[in-house]
Design a protein around this ligand. Structure first.
Ligand SMILES: [Zn+2]
Length: 241
């Protein structure tokens, strides 16, 4: 059954954070998913189930950047609702701060914390080695970045890691999708909305971006239509030249 993947830019307790979803909003959204009979799973699990034509309805829950807030605020709620999730980390910045957001970028989880989350069922994937818009780099540079990201994941988390990639800023081009494949990633996700089916190109999987302004109605619309409005696509590109 075609599935949606939701993308949370970050979970944040700061009400002023325009891209952040507050924990109480995540809690309400998880309850809304459960009322619709949707089980939150990792993206890899949803993609595998789609290919296996496994019965049941599921929705992939993905979180970008690997901030400490994921472990502190989101994962306890996800576990309480019986959900799994996918966490995309910037491998050269693990244990540091999200400096691509500026000098006040959020603290990021370190490798021991990521190992602990993986042991509890979180699927850790790459969000590239550096948080650069890879489609703007020379092809060889983008490929080198992706190879470094996959190597770091496998070195630190074991051979089972390194299957998935979330493109920084959701940006992809035909050449970048080929580079993701050449670097060894089995699949990669963009920030384009829409449902995924077994026919969706593996290196252009779709995600629907959720943020703190999504109330019950907008969430229902996004779940129903699987859409990501153009305004959100642009918002994901904020701060780029
Ligand atoms: Zn990001």
């Amino acid at each position: 059954m075609p599935f949606l993947a939701l993308c949370y830019h970050r979970i944040s307790s700061a009400a002023a954070d325009p891209l952040g979803v507050r924990p109480e909003q995540l809690q309400a959204q998880l309850q809304a998913l459960a009322r619709r009979g949707l089980v939150g799973v990792s993206l890899g699990a949803a993609w595998a189930a789609e290919h296996a034509r496994a019965p049941g309805r599921r929705i992939a829950l993905t979180f970008d950047d690997g901030t400490a807030d994921f472990a502190d605020l989101a994962w306890p709620l996800l576990r309480a609702h019986g959900c799994a999730a996918t966490l995309a980390v910037v491998t050269s910045r693990v244990g540091r701060t999200a400096d691509w957001d500026g000098p006040r970028g959020a603290p990021l989880l370190d490798w021991p914390a990521l190992r602990a989350l993986a042991a509890e069922g979180v699927e850790v994937i790459a969000h590239a080695h550096t948080h650069r818009p890879l489609d703007t780099l020379a092809p060889a540079e983008a490929l080198a970045d992706l190879r470094a990201a996959r190597r770091a994941l496998r070195d630190h988390l074991g051979g089972a890691a390194g299957h998935g990639l979330a493109y920084p800023y959701g940006r992809v081009s035909p050449a970048l999708a080929l580079a993701a494949q050449a670097a060894g990633f089995a699949w990669a996700v963009t920030a384009r909305g829409g449902r995924n089916t077994a026919a969706t190109p593996a290196h252009r999987l779709r995600r629907t971006l959720l943020h703190g302004r999504d109330g019950a109605l907008r969430l229902a619309l996004k779940l129903w239509l699987g859409y990501a409005a153009l305004v959100e696509w642009r918002m994901d590109l904020r701060g780029l030249p």
